[in-house]
Write a protein that binds this ligand. Structure first.
Ligand code: ATP
Length: 496
């Protein structure tokens, strides 16, 4: 489905209805910006993580994995710059009290052909084109009467605009540190203060020597990790896109000091193609957003985001960063431990530079849901066919890869169908088994959760030892010998 027409509400409601994602602590009124993955959601999320781990770690000789702890020595966050610099600007509306991040808003001023100001409004996007689009959508009727309107945009960071909610006056931005604090041990004083990690990357940096010495990997090589990260985000709309507890998939690639530009380009290409080739995201829905020099993070020499066309506009799913030797040098300074590397062949010693690829698990899940969502006409006769929703997941990420249906509830069909399901499970397919309702209904249930294949065993199967494989997106049906179903499905997935 074209994402412009898709709304986030459609995704939220499907995700809840079919058990992908629930509001955390729902029966207590919910916990802001925290989400629980239900039975299908956890499978989807696990598949997204497996794709990344297989692609980044298992398929490569030059990348190894690790899993660091969430609580780390507090000095790490001083060294990394997070204590001093991990802030977001925060403004409050003096009238409606809404809290916003001005750096994520754009102001649009509309003038008529004589240059007279017609209206000024602010929108929650950093993209000027998106802001103009939203402005036209919101004030369409008023603007229809304006002769040749012109639209001037500027970021709210340069000049604070009106409140996006009520048009009221905003307070000057204050800086707000995003790290969650907690205490270790029984005493809650400053000596026991620790932080929940706001990124997984630092565990990799502080273990650089441990990993290099135990694996004896030679530079260039990478260390990958995935796990929870926590940020006390100020504004947390857009479902799982921005939450306070989320998962990251990060890889730090350690390189010689004079090779950063080459490897930065290399990783940009690899990571962009990953989304199209491995997760099956359409290329037209992905684009790069390079960080302008004045917006680079404190550690970065160059950075660019892979962005996806979400229903709320183009937004980041992954950042590729040239971090230079900032982190290893900082940890040498703060820990007193030498973090340099001695190349065994050239005998040179240096502090490696780092290219980082940093992706969000939850944002990838949301992207997979949005990219897969389609509305297709109801199967059946007649011209008053209603639309129904289908998730056209790539088989690699689909929570269920194949559903097995015996045509009737008779034991003579149920038993062989159960055997087929068990065989498919053993062949590593994620299976479902459904005996209830007409076959058409069963197909629709699987279509809505994104199962790419359904296999039906009917009374003819008892004679010809064959079953029908039905394909979700084409609705085509193939008759395949029962002992070749796994092979046929593997072939279909390989050529997807
Ligand atoms: P944003 O500008 O959207 O806040 P960021 O630039 O701060 O993101 P990074 O620090 O580069 O993000 O983090 C790397 C990845 O981690 C992001 O691309 C995103 O996928 C994920 N991520 C970061 N913050 C959140 C969050 N609050 N909720 C969900 N995922 C997040």
């Amino acid at each position: 489905m074209e994402n412009q027409k898709l709304t986030l509400d459609q995704i939220v409601s499907l995700a809840k209805r079919r058990g992908f994602i629930f509001q955390s602590s729902e029966i207590y009124g919910g916990m802001g910006a925290c989400w629980d993955y239900g039975p299908l959601g956890v499978e989807l999320k696990q598949n997204v993580k497996n794709c990344w781990w297989d692609f980044m770690v298992r398929a490569r000789e030059d990348i190894t994995g690790m899993d660091g702890s969430i609580l780390m020595h507090p000095e790490i966050w001083v060294a990394s710059g997070h204590v001093a610099g991990f802030h977001d600007p925060l403004s409050d509306c003096k009238d409606c009290k809404v809290r916003i991040r001005p750096d994520q808003h754009t102001v649009v001023a509309v003038r008529d052909d004589a240059g007279k100001a017609i209206l000024v409004a602010s929108f929650e996007t950093e993209d000027p084109e998106e802001a103009v689009r939203e402005c036209k959508e919101k004030f369409g009727q008023e603007l229809n009467a304006v002769p040749e309107p012109s639209y001037v945009t500027h970021s709210m960071e340069e000049k604070l605009g009106p409140c996006p909610n009520c048009g009221g006056e905003l307070t000057e931005p204050r800086q707000f540190n995003l790290m969650f604090k907690t205490h270790v041990g029984p005493l809650e004083d400053s000596s026991s203060l620790v932080y929940l990690r706001p990124e997984t990357a630092q565990a990799i940096f502080v273990n650089f020597r441990n990993v290099q010495q135990t694996t004896r990997l030679r530079i260039p090589f990478g260390i990958a990790q995935m796990g929870k990260a926590f940020r006390n985000e100020i504004v947390t709309k857009a479902f799982i896109f921005r939450s306070r507890e989320f998962e990251q998939m990060e890889m730090q690639y350690f390189i010689p000091p004079d090779e950063d530009e080459k490897w930065y380009e290399y990783w940009r290409e690899i990571r962009f193609n990953y989304y199209t080739d491995i997760l099956g995201i359409p290329k037209k829905d992905l684009q790069w957003a390079p960080h302008p020099p004045e917006k680079l993070a404190h550690y970065a020499k160059a950075a660019a985001d892979v962005t996806f066309r979400f229903p709320m506009g183009w937004q980041e799913i992954e950042g590729v960063h040239n971090r230079g030797d900032f982190d290893l040098s900082q940890h040498t300074k703060h820990s007193g431990k030498d973090m340099s590397y001695r190349d065994p062949v050239s005998n040179t010693t240096y502090v490696p530079k780092v290219i980082e690829t940093s992706a969000g698990v939850d944002r990838s899940v949301l992207m997979a849901l949005c990219a897969a969502y389609a509305e297709v006409p109801e199967i059946g006769e007649g011209h008053k066919r209603e639309m129904r929703s289908v998730l056209q997941f790539h088989p690699r990420v689909a929570p269920v890869s194949v559903a097995v249906f015996p045509l009737s509830k008779k034991d003579e069909l149920i038993d062989p169908a159960r055997r087929l399901e068990a065989d498919l499970r053993e062949a590593s397919f994620r299976t479902a088994f459904d005996v209830t309702g007409a076959i058409g209904k069963r197909y629709r249930r699987q279509d809505e959760i994104g199962t790419p294949f359904c296999v039906t065993l009917d009374f003819d199967s008892l004679q010809d030892q064959a079953v029908t494989i039905r394909h979700r997106d084409t609705m085509e049906q193939d008759r395949v010998s029962i002992d070749r179903v796994a092979e046929a499905l593997h072939n279909k997935i390989r050529s997807w």
